[in-house]
Design a protein around this ligand. Structure first.
Ligand SMILES: Cc1cc2nc3c(=O)[nH]c(=O)nc-3n(C[C@H](O)[C@H](O)[C@H](O)COP(=O)(O)O)c2cc1C
Length: 165
């Protein structure tokens, strides 16, 4: 008889899928930014150009996404584990951002993105779907700025980097 899948089994199974690491950014107040690390990110559609990101129902960024309807996605570079960890914790301070050397750029649409990352997308929220304990945020990509460099990877709960075969 098959044993029931536990939450741990589920996490372990899904952790076998290697992903990049993104930071979702929203303007909290004029000139100030709130971000959240997310690897549940994927492209959705070419025409129109859509992406999605899955956000925990308890995440502080969720009400901001609903309210602002615009957000940035920045794909982290190899070596930016500390940036990933920073945006995965609830408290965000300008001193800590200064120490990490974080810089934001405002896109033409007025969306904050993280400088010094592989690619930065400026998105508008076109749909939201509650799915279990997460909300799927579907975003229309208004602008993409590729800066290049090697990406940070996340695999089996650990940070990795790309190696050529
Ligand atoms: C590598 C990594 C990937 C993550 N991916 C997601 C994700 O896709 N969606 C999500 O809701 N949380 C994700 N998290 C967790 C959030 O970053 C984190 O729990 C959240 O920012 C906690 O802050 P809160 O106080 O807003 O809940 C991820 C964390 C890490 C370290």
């Amino acid at each position: 008889m098959a044993t029931a899948l536990t939450a741990r089994d589920f996490r372990n199974a899904l952790g076998q899928f290697a992903t990049g690491v993104t930071v979702v950014t929203v303007e909290r107040e004029p000139g100030s930014v709130f971000g959240m690390t997310a690897n549940a990110f994927t492209s959705v559609s070419l025409n129109p150009m859509l992406i999605l990101v899955c956000v925990d129902e308890r995440a502080k960024i969720l009400p901001l996404l609903h309210r602002k309807k615009h957000f940035g996605i920045s794909v982290l570079k190899q070596g930016q584990q500390a940036v990933s960890e920073y945006f995965a914790q609830p408290e965000q301070h300008s001193e800590a951002e200064h120490r990490l050397g974080l810089r934001y750029r405002w896109t033409a649409e007025g969306v904050p993105v993280l400088e010094d990352t592989v690619v930065q997308l400026s998105c508008s929220v076109v749909a939201t779907h509650v799915a279990g304990d997460h909300t799927v945020i579907v975003g229309k990509v208004e602008e993409a700025d590729i800066q290049g460099g090697e990406p940070l990877l996340f695999f089996r709960g650990e940070y990795r980097h790309i190696a050529r075969p």
